[in-house]
Design a protein around this ligand. Structure first.
Ligand code: ADP
Length: 390
């Protein structure tokens, strides 16, 4: 178990033509002892490079990586007490499961053969792969190979686990099961874990905290719910959440947000957060938008249901702004831009239906259009305010 720190870490690659790629750009991040941190971001944002630097598989161009306060930049991978699990499993094909699991212990420790056998069997039992010990990887399913790869990491009892997209090759159902199992396992073992994925659902559901990267730069570090409800910027707001947050370009004119499709007067309280910014993006999560019976406030506007995707528990509803002046207060224009709303699966919504849309002010996010910085985030119910047995 170990606290892992990245202190202004940068990785630059030089291409053959001499040009430079900054794969990881000045990332500072502390992963606490025993924490499960998920590093998430789109493909190419620098996740694997970050993980490989912690593992010792890549050199660090600038900055420091510390394990429990000790700088490990120049420590060889095998001396780092770190175990890494790859998406490809990377099992030795000619060795049995038992040999695969024992190999690292034989190489890196001075445990006796009997002690190694004991540890391998104990871990295999915990991972429910004990009956596979004498098989080779080619005789195993993808899910079983993944368990072996994890078992091989766990048996080494490392200070830190590094997991690089470990569930990507599994089918959706197995991936769901393994997510839960991995979380339970990590909580039981209490081993500091850095888990890399491009999948925001995986990040949201698994991490104690998530660190979101884009283009080599750290965008936000926080609990999944902080990143979801209090995104630091437009990138995080759009990346976290499925279906994603709706965005509308708006200008602030005399205390009112004026968009192409609707106008939205702001309260003094929200205005105070926006201050002197007037070119903004209004963001609202699909589940925060309400479909109501009648237009009652100057902010309500009419729209037409474009497509409904029934998910069972909920409906994902794509709405198009109505062309023409259908509501006195809406100021709708002819642009048929769509936005997305989720409503209860029990609610009947059909394509072509006209609806009145309400965006509650306590649910809106406002971003600076140029910098993407969040100026105002939605208000959250405090834990004390939530009903006790909901
Ligand atoms: P991710 O894991 O988020 O998909 P990577 O860390 O693999 O991203 O890559 C980050 C960036 O660094 C990408 O632009 C990638 O092309 C580049 N990169 C990664 N490895 C190398 C390398 N060995 N040489 C040159 N560029 C690399």
């Amino acid at each position: 178990m170990a606290k892992t720190e990245l202190d202004h870490v940068t990785k630059r690659y030089t291409e053959r033509d001499g040009s430079e790629i900054v794969a990881v750009d000045d990332v500072s991040l502390t992963i606490e002892d025993g924490e499960f941190l998920v590093l998430v971001g789109p493909s190419g944002c620098g996740k694997s490079t970050t993980l490989r630097m912690v593992a010792g598989l890549e050199t660090v161009t600038d900055g420091e990586i510390r394990l429990d306060g000790r700088v490990i930049n120049d420590l060889p991978a095998r001396d780092r007490e770190i175990a890494m699990v790859f998406q490809s499993y990377a099992l030795y094909p000619h060795m049995t499961v038992r040999e695969n699991m024992a190999f690292g212990l034989e190489e890196a420790t001075d445990l006796s053969d009997a002690e190694i056998a004991d540890r391998v069997e104990g871990t295999a039992e915990m991972m429910d792969i004990d009956r596979l010990l004498d098989r080779t990887p080619s005789d195993l399913s993808g899910g079983q190979q993944q368990r072996v790869a994890l078992g091989r990491a766990i048996v080494r009892d490392p200070a830190v686990f590094l997991l690089d997209e470990p569930l990507s090759n599994l089918d959706a159902k197995l991936r769901g099961q393994m997510r839960t199992e991995l979380q339970r396992l990590q909580a039981d073992l209490g081993t500091t874990t850095i888990y890399v994925t491009h999948d925001q659902t995986e990040a949201m559901t698994m991490g104690d905290r998530i660190a979101i990267l884009d283009d080599g730069r750290l965008q936000q570090v926080g609990t999944p719910l902080e990143c979801y409800h209090e995104p630091a910027n437009l990138f995080v707001a759009g990346f976290v959440g499925e279906p994603p947050m709706n965005f509308f370009e708006v200008d602030l004119e005399n205390g009112t947000l004026v968009g192409q499709q609707f106008e939205y007067p702001l309260s003094e309280r929200t205005l105070a957060d926006v201050r002197d910014h007037d070119r903004l993006v209004l963001g609202v999560r699909p589940e925060a938008v309400e479909l109501v019976a009648d237009a009652e406030t100057p902010r309500d506007f009419r729209a037409t249901v474009d497509v409904v995707e029934p998910m069972g528990n909920e409906n994902t509803v794509y709405l198009a702004f109505d062309a023409g002046d259908v509501s006195e207060t809406a100021g709708a224009s002819a642009d048929a831009e769509t936005f997305v709303v989720t409503v209860s699966g029990m609610r009947r919504v059909e394509a072509g239906q006209q609806v009145v849309v309400r965006i509650p002010e306590d649910a809106i996010h406002l971003f600076d259009r140029e910098t993407g910085e969040a100026l105002h985030n939605r208000e959250l119910e405090t834990a004390e305010a939530a009903p006790p047995n909901f």
